[in-house]
Design a protein around this ligand. Structure first.
Ligand code: NAD
Length: 323
């Protein structure tokens, strides 16, 4: 039997990717504590299959006093920092909470981590920090040119983490995953929103001409990559984490309609999102070569698994009624 190796503190563990990471890591018998504010995007239902196997703190990462008291009590060795406000459209409406949680919240965690001398801090960033690229791909050394307030807040947090690495010799690793999808994603993001609208027989809104391209990464592959980098990644480094599986948004939605056997007439083109990035594409050679990570689920399989999951969890999906 595997012994308990590390005491891990996971922020945003009730969110889409954070909860998948918790489910993944608990199977490997790590000692897990979670911090989550439980915003509209957080839901402990995602952790029901591992209930009682983790400690939970309903805490805002912007609350310095409460964060320090969790660190004091838990004495974590490793932090994996997922907590963030994540929806681009909401950041365009009002960037305030994005700057607060994604930048100030990250600083509070970095400072607590320094104070309590944690051994490793895994900062979960995003491919969106690089901005758009029409041809080719972004390496870890490409400049950060974020387009949306969301992406700018994430890029700011990355710069802060980099400054802590350089100034304080802080033991951090930055991971930049591409567009992630799969079970339990809140239905404001393209794939679950399209499934929700289809099940309700409502129009599926598609920005612009639908030709924006994203690099789709299945959530199990994403958390496996994060876990492998946590184990084998080098302190101070940045790792892109992309699948190489590029699709236009319209292609993704048509595939969902095909699986659900519904007409493409449900698609409704709407005015484009301001500042909408045309294409994201990571160069992930570093994680393939140095960590040995590779995806196990391609887009075809992943989208079928995802639609199937939502069909089996219609109650959860339709319960998110405020859309
Ligand atoms: N989903 C993607 O496609 C994607 C791709 C690349 C990177 N990321 C990054 O991965 C991380 C997780 O993304 P996700 O899609 O799971 O997000 P999510 O929105 O599903 O979950 C975010 C979680 O953070 C919690 N949270 C928000 N503000 C908080 C605060 N102030 N204090 C404590 N908890 C707070 C929420 O309650 C929620 O549980 C984020 O950092 C995001 O930027 C996401």
């Amino acid at each position: 039997m595997c012994s308990k190796l590390y005491k891990i503190l996971i922020t945003g563990g009730a969110g889409f990717i954070g909860s998948a990471f918790v489910r993944h890591i608990i199977r490997k018998e790590y000692d897990v504590a979670i911090i989550d504010k439980l915003t509209y995007a957080g839901d402990l239902e995602r952790l029901k299959e591992v209930r009682k196997k983790y400690k939970f703190y309903k805490v805002d990462i912007c609350n310095k006093i409460q964060i320090e008291s969790v660190f004091k009590k838990e004495k974590p060795e490793v932090i994996v920092h997922f907590a963030a406000v994540t929806h681009v459209d909401r950041s365009i409406e009002d960037p305030t909470s994005f700057i607060k949680t994604n930048v100030r919240g990250t600083q509070i965690l970095l400072d607590a981590s320094r104070k309590y001398r944690i051994k490793k801090f895994i900062h979960i960033s995003t491919d969106e920090v690089y901005g758009e690229i029409k041809r080719g791909d972004f390496s870890e050394n490409s400049s950060l040119r974020p387009s949306s307030p969301y992406a700018a807040s994430k890029a700011s947090a990355d710069l802060l983490v980099k400054a802590y690495i350089r100034t304080y010799n802080f033991p951090a690793i930055i991971i930049r995953p591409s567009n992630t999808y799969g079970p339990w994603q809140y239905p404001e993001k393209l794939i679950p929103l399209a499934i929700l609208k289809t099940l309700r027989n409502e129009n599926i809104p598609i920005y612009g001409d639908g030709k924006n391209i994203r690099e789709w990464l299945y959530v199990e592959d994403c958390v496996d990559g994060i876990f492998q980098i946590l184990k084998r990644g080098e302190i101070g480094e940045v790792y892109n984490l992309g699948s190489g599986d590029e699709r236009e948004n319209i292609e993704v939605v048509k595939e969902i309609l095909r699986i659900l056997n519904r007409s493409e007439n449900l698609i409704k083109f709407v005015g484009d999102r301001p500042g909408h990035d045309i294409r994201y594409r990571l160069n992930s050679e570093k994680v393939y070569r140095e960590i040995g990570w590779e995806t196990k689920i391609n887009f075809r399989e992943g989208i079928n698994l995802t639609v199937d999951w939502y069909l089996k969890h219609k109650g959860w999906l339709l319960g998110k009624q405020n859309l």
